[in-house]
Design a protein around this ligand. Structure first.
Ligand SMILES: Cc1cn([C@H]2C[C@H](O)[C@@H](COP(=O)(O)OP(=O)(O)O[C@H]3O[C@H](C)C(=O)[C@H](O)[C@H]3O)O2)c(=O)[nH]c1=O
Length: 186
């Protein structure tokens, strides 16, 4: 496996070893020993799986308090995955990183606590799996507008399919400062 840093601190792109033969392929999606050797010494407590049709955009979401780190894998289809640094005071506050993740390229993304996250399904039906370092706390669930002009995210779509919650999300500069302080992040 290879693990590479990105432009955002702690956000890592992972390329697991994929073993192919005439039956198909095999890959390990999580291994506490090997991922730990690459600095991903984290404990996951919840796995999520969402299914999205092409054009669906989910995000941008984060939890605070009870911020979640996420290990993302795309099991079917392809997405453009976006992470935004929402840690007040961070040098890269408001900076974003986009990655194409697909069943084909088998790439994973690790998103630490303190980042907003979202993706748009770009090809066919998408099965999106992610492991989380804390439980879902709906009262701590927060959203940032996917098309916040101040973020300038270069999404591959201009007219995504959104949930009501995401369609009404605030811009980053409309979110109270205290909601962007991640004091409980270990
Ligand atoms: C996130 C979550 C949701 N739910 C329930 C709550 C709703 O009844 C239903 C759909 O929730 P929501 O519309 O928030 O799902 P997504 O839009 O896929 O949210 C996710 O989208 C982006 C990509 C993320 O990175 C977040 O982890 C997560 O917020 O599932 C749960 O029961 N447990 C959970 O952990």
């Amino acid at each position: 496996m290879t693990v590479s840093e990105t432009s955002l601190p702690g956000v890592r792109l992972i390329e697991p070893d994929v073993y192919t033969d005439d039956r198909g392929s095999f890959a390990e999606l999580w291994n506490v020993r090997d991922y730990g050797h690459h600095g991903l010494d984290v404990t996951f407590v919840q796995d999520n799986l969402s299914r999205s049709r092409e054009g669906v955009l989910r995000g941008l979401h984060f939890q605070n308090p009870r911020a979640q780190g996420k290990l993302i894998s795309v099991l079917e289809g392809a997405v453009y995955d976006v992470v935004v640094d929402v840690r007040a005071g961070a040098d890269t506050f408001g900076a974003w990183e986009g990655q194409v993740l697909s069943a084909e390229n088998a790439r994973q993304l690790y998103v630490p606590e303190g980042y907003a996250h979202g993706f748009v399904a770009t090809s066919g039906e998408v099965l999106f799996h992610y492991k989380c370092t804390d439980f879902y706390h709906p009262e701590a669930d927060r959203t940032v507008r996917w098309d916040d002009p101040a973020l300038g995210i270069d999404w591959p779509t201009e007219d995504p399919i959104l949930s009501e919650k995401d369609a009404g999300a605030p811009a980053l500069d409309e979110i109270p400062r205290e909601a962007l302080r991640f004091d409980d992040v270990r």
